[in-house]
Each structure stands twice: as structure tokens, then as C-alpha cells.
Design a protein around this ligand. Structure first.
Ligand code: LLP
Length: 433
């Protein structure tokens, strides 16, 4: 993160706080959230995508404090569950600035969202259109609705494939015509106000052409709805997915450059289609919170194993692992790490940082050169864990999920506390159950 630096004795400081001092207070493992960095990235999207609405995707990481920062920075909020909506409302986020996603929102969730007055519900099936229509009829209200469409572009890390990929659970297909049918159904429902189309092409994407291809296809449908249904949708959302650097090989674009490219395509396409340009929005999650957090662990054990061909690998076990970051095990995700508590002049060794869970896929950092004198008690920081780290954390092996500690200008505040044994046992009905 932007305020991270090492002092002359090799101690890592974030937000003006020395990591060993922080650990003395909150213990490890802990997520350290650089508030200034988070706000700066939110502001970079807000300003880079000037004229757009930027919805922070809460699934990447959400807490009441973070939802409040998001609102303070002038961003809207994307939620995708009742739990996320609860956090957003608790933070006092204006419901009109909340978008609600998901391919199978329950009737209870939909009702709660309508009653709360969320600005947009992104509908994903005909069943859901019927359900929201019924709820609005019963309550005598009007609900803003976006239609999640499949643009036929599914982008994954570093690449996208601009055909097929319709075979997944999200959205209405543009090419197969169900997206147009969905628009018809929403326009026909008296309580539904069709605000626009919504496309999300994937996550951790670097190549802007994915959004460009999607924008062209979505705008063609946008124009068709105007022409054939006489309904001009005021908005258009192009989703999130902006990639971040996990290792030095990744090279993310600047939000302003991204915005310029996407806006140009949209403007050109609208001119060609002779339609008014809809108000645009995007939904970055990872690119705002990912780089803003690191995870700090304590080294517990070190062992060296021989590899074929005479080489060796040093296994450094830390006090967390796949329960606080499932991404290496789930996606083969790469991270880096650094010794955070001291300097060392020892020659570097090829190390694999692993967790304390009961399986060999429990990897924290696959390959990293660490000082050869790495030892129990050393602190290790893994940068870039803000997105989908805490939010996908689990209690595997009855691990206690770590706290999130916000640091800023030399002050630290726990924004999510560490779980306790009582938290773990709170749902266990006990021996007499
Ligand atoms: N909007 C929609 C509709 C989404 O489904 C997502 C992410 C986003 C926005 C935000 O995408 P972002 O800007 O954060 O890439 N657990 C995976 C990522 C799953 C993303 C799901 N949808 C991971 O850890 O890589």
C-alpha cells in the first residue's frame, strides 16, 4: 500500500505504525488496512471515472467502517447478499446509492431490499423479475431495476475470449435473445422501472478490450430496447474486474486511462447507433481494497526439504493460512511477502510460506526469496490481501478469523475484531443437543 515503508532497521511501517508495535497490541495473524490508501484508490476511481457512478463491490471486503469510507469518498455500493446489505445499512449508506446483485436472491432478500429502498436491483432471471414485480405490487411501490446480461465475453486473468462463454449461471443472454425478453418483461411490469443493462465480464482483468467488446454488444441491445419497446434506459453498468498487481509481473492500468478508453468506445458506439449516451457506472472491488491491505503473520517453524537435483526449499510455517486467504489454494493465486520485523544480511533462500492447516495445499506464498536466517518469531507481511482475503475467510480447523486493523497517520483502530473461542462456540448447541 501507498504508506508502507521499511525503516533503517528493516521494520515495516504502514500508515505510520510500526508493524511489530501493532502486533504487540493485536497479535497475529492480522489484516492491516491502510485507510489512506483505500481512500486514495476510491478517489482515483471516482475522479478517473468522472461522470460515472462508481459502485464499490462490497464482496471484495466490507465492514461498517469501510462502507462509511466508501460513502464519504462519494462512491455508491454494490452488495450481493442480505448480509452485505445489513452492513451497508448499519453504516448509514444511502439506500438509493446501493445496487443489489446476485443470481438467486431469496424472496426475503428481495423484499428487504425493496423495503429498504435500494436504488437498483440487478435482476438475473425471469423468476426474479416476477418476484420483484409481485413485491412492488403488494407494497404499492416502484423499484429501479437493472438487467444482468451476458455479453458473450468472459474475461479471466490476463486474457478474454470474446465468443461463447454463455454457459455459466449469470445473466440473460444477449445473443440468444433472453436479454431482450427480460427487458420486455421488466418494461411490462408496472412496479418496475427499467434503469439499464448491466454487464460484468470477470475479475482480475488487465486487457481493456474485454470491456470494449462487452460495451458494444450491450449498447446494441440498449438501442434495440429503445427502438422496439420505446423505453430509453437512462443507465448502463459495465461491471468491475479491474486487475491489480499481486507480483511485479502484473501491470494494472491507471483508472483515468481505463476510463478514457472505455468512454471513447461508448461515445463512438452511441454516435454510430444514434442514441443518447446512458449514464455509465462501474463496480470495482479488488482494485480499491486489494492493495490497501496486507496480512501479517508470525513465523512458527522453519524446515528445509531437499528437492530433486540437489536444490532445496525452505518451508516457513506461519500462524494462519488458507482460512485467512483461500486464494492460493482455490485459484493458484500468487502472492509475495517480506520480512517485516527486522533486517537481515543473510543470503536469501528459496522459501515457500505455508499455513498451519491440515492439508498440503495450504500455501500462503508459493515462492519467495527470504533471508536464510528466517526464524520462529519473525513477522512476515503479505501485501495485496485486501480483496477476497477476509471476505472469503473461513473457520477451517476451527481457526479464529483474524481482525482487520485500520491504520492511518500513526493511529490504529480495530475495525473488525479477532474472533474468540466464544464466537466459535456460539453456534455449537453443545453436548446435550
Ligand atoms: N460486479 C459484479 C457483478 C461482480 O460479480 C464482481 C465480482 C464485481 C463487480 C467486482 O469485481 P472486482 O472488481 O473485485 O474484480 N473471489 C474471486 C473474485 C470473484 C469476483 C466475483 N465478482 C477472487 O478472489 O479472485
Amino acid at each position: 500500500s501507498q504508506t508502507a515503508r521499511k525503516d533503517e532497521s528493516g521494520v515495516l511501517h504502514v500508515g505510520g505504525i510500526a508493524i511489530p508495535d501493532l502486533v504487540a497490541d493485536v497479535n497475529t495473524p492480522a489484516y492491516v488496512l491502510d485507510e489512506a490508501d483505500f481512500r486514495a484508490r476510491a478517489a482515483a476511481f471516482r475522479d478517473g471515472f468522472a461522470g460515472y457512478d462508481v459502485y464499490y463491490a462490497g464482496k471484495a471486503f466490507l465492514s461498517v467502517a469501510v462502507a462509511k469510507w466508501v460513502a464519504e469518498e462519494g462512491l455508491c455500493l454494490d452488495v450481493c447478499s442480505n448480509g452485505e446489505l445489513t452492513v451497508a445499512l448499519r453504516a448509514g449508506v444511502d439506500p438509493a446509492r446501493i445496487g443489489y446483485h446476485g443470481n438467486n436472491k431469496t424472496p426475503m432478500e428481495l423484499r428487504r431490499a425493496v423495503v429498504a429502498g435500494v436504488g437498483r436491483i440487478v435482476v438475473d432471471s425471469f423468476h426474479e423479475i416476477e418476484r420483484v414485480a409481485a413485491i412492488t405490487a403488494e407494497l404499492g411501490v416502484t423499484q429501479g431495476v437493472m438487467i444482468r446480461v451476458t455479453a458473450g465475453v468472459e474475461a479471466h486473468t490476463h486474457e478474454f475470449i470474446a465468443t461463447a462463454h454463455e454457459d455459466q449461471k449469470f445473466g440473460f443472454s444477449i445473443s440468444a435473445g433472453s436479454a431482450f425478453e427480460a427487458a420486455k418483461a421488466v418494461v411490462a411490469a408496472p412496479g418496475l422501472d427499467l434503469r439499464g443493462l448491466h454487464s460484468h465480464i470477470g475479475s482480475q482483468i488487465f486487457d481493456t478490450s474485454g470491456w470494449e467488446v462487452a460495451a458494444r454488444r450491450v449498447l446494441a441491445l440498449h438501442a434495440r430496447v429503445a427502438e422496439e419497446l420505446g423505453h430509453v434506459m437512462p443507465e448502463l453498468d459495465l461491471g468491475g474486474g479491474f486487475g491489480i498487481a499481486y507480483t511485479t509481473q502484473d501491470d494494472p492500468a491507471d483508472p483515468a486511462d481505463l476510463a478514457e478508453r472505455i468512454t471513447k468506445i461508448v461515445a463512438g458506439e452511441c454516435a454510430a447507433l444514434q442514441i443518447a449516451q446512458p449514464h455509465l457506472s462501474i463496480e470495482p472491488g479488488r482494485a480499491i481494497v486489494g492493495p490497501a491491505m496486507c496480512t501479517v503473520y508470525t513465523v512458527g517453524t522453519v524446515k528445509t526439504v531437499a528437492l530433486d537435483g540437489g536444490a532445496s526449499r525452505t518451508y516457513v510455517s506461519v500462524d494462519g493460512g488458507m482460512s485467512d486467504n483461500i486464494r492460493p489454494a482455490l485459484y493458484d493465486a500468487d502472492y509475495s511477502c517480506t520480512l517485516a520485523s527486522r533486517s537481515s544480511t543473510a543470503a536469501p533462500v528459496l522459501a515457500r510460506v505455508v499455513g498451519k492447516h491440515c492439508e498440503s495445499g495450504d500455501i500462503v506464498v508459493k515462492d519467495e526469496f527470504l533471508p536464510g536466517d528466517i526464524a520462529p518469531g519473525d513477522l512476515i507481511a503479505v501485501p495485496g490481501t485486501g480483496a477476497y482475503g477476509r471476505s472469503m475467510a473461513s473457520n477451517y480447523n476451527h481457526a479464529l478469523r483474524p481482525p482487520v486493523v485500520a491504520v492511518r497517520d500513526g493511529a490504529a483502530r480495530v475495525v473488525v475484531r479477532r474472533e474468540t473461542e466464544d464466537d466459535l462456540l456460539a453456534t455449537d448447541m453443545g453436548a446435550d443437543a
